[in-house]
Design a protein around this ligand. Structure first.
Ligand code: C2E
Ligand code: CA
Ligand code: CA
Ligand code: CA
Length: 272
């Protein structure tokens, strides 16, 4: 039993060491990634039920690291911890605006681009970063949407209210991401001026079988409509999801049923 205990301990430390060194590797790779232009934005189409067409997209970051493609869930948390999310986030904003300006130049009906903003980025300096990205690219502010989560707004409600006001004064729009998964969702709708609500994928998943998910989703859509806020459903994967959402009065749908996130070139082909 004693020997086994020692083995377990060795197992534990070696897997811990592995995790630590994996993290260090990831971190040093992340530091060089911007310099080496290893990040890429993919764009996931969003479909407007009312106008029956593609009306925008969400920009989602990918890392083409020397070891292969890395998804954001694997490096965004580390980028947040190390502060690297600040320069990475500024790059995302600028890149999304530059690409959006190129697409919209050719389009009669311009598309919107939604960019994710992490809690670390959500500070007064963000206003200048957004302004800078808009000015250097010439992207129409009305087509830029910033996606923030409830937890981003929660840390300091008063300064969040002020920051959202300053951002909206630039002419851009704000979407509340992953709606329904936080603590004080409904109180937030009263406190913050929002343009869009993104209904979290976990509610859409259960439609139409799960009666609770059905009730929650239609209630969110109704509340948002009364507050004059647009609804975007995320994680729309099936025809049944789509039919339910259309009937319930949801404005916009995004998910694998329509398209996966696409590299810029492929997304561009969807526009023509
Ligand atoms: P999110 O903002 O909730 O983005 C939606 C995620 O759901 C994306 O994962 C997208 O690919 C995925 N998705 C879209 N449609 C479906 C579907 O029908 N079914 C399922 N199962 N999944 C779907 P992705 O691209 O891996 O991004 C994960 C998260 O990483 C994002 O969650 C967001 O929080 C974060 N992220 C991505 N790009 C950025 C960025 O540029 N900046 C920051 N700060 N965070 C980012
Ligand atoms: Ca998002
Ligand atoms: Ca989301
Ligand atoms: Ca999510």
């Amino acid at each position: 039993a004693k020997a086994q205990g020692r083995n377990n301990f060795q197992c534990f430390t070696s897997s811990m060491n592995e995790r630590v060194s994996e993290r260090l590797l990831l971190e040093s790779g992340l530091r060089d990634a911007l310099k080496h232009e290893e990040f890429e934005l993919y764009y996931q189409p969003q479909y407007d039920f009312g106008r029956n067409r593609l009306s925008g997209c969400e920009a989602l970051i990918r890392w083409n690291s020397p070891q292969g493609l890395v998804m954001p869930d694997r490096f965004i948390p580390l980028a947040e911890e190390t502060g690297l999310i600040i320069p990475i986030g500024a790059w995302v904003l600028e890149q999304a605006c530059r690409q959006g300006e190129i697409w919209n130049r050719e389009l009669v009906e311009p598309i919107s681009i939604a960019v994710n903003v992490s809690a670390v980025q959500f500070r007064p300096a963000l206003v200048e970063e957004v302004k800078g990205a808009l000015e250097s690219t010439g992207f129409d502010p009305r087509q830029l949407v910033l996606e923030v989560t409830e937890s981003v707004l929660m840390s300091d409600v008063d300064s969040s209210v002020r920051l959202l006001e300053q951002l909206r004064e630039l002419g851009i729009r704000i979407a509340l991401d992953d709606f329904g998964t936080g603590y004080a969702s409904l109180a937030y709708l009263k406190r913050f001026v929002l343009d869009k609500l993104k209904i979290d994928r976990t509610f859409i998943m259960g439609i139409p079988e799960d009666k609770d998910d059905v009730a929650i989703t239609s209630s969110i859509i109704d509340i948002a409509r009364h507050l004059n806020i647009m609804t975007v459903a995320e994680g729309v994967e099936t025809e049944a999801h789509c039919e339910f959402l259309r009937t319930a009065g949801c404005n916009i749908a995004q998910g694998y049923y329509f398209d996966r996130p696409l590299p810029a070139e492929q997304f561009g082909r969807r526009l023509t």
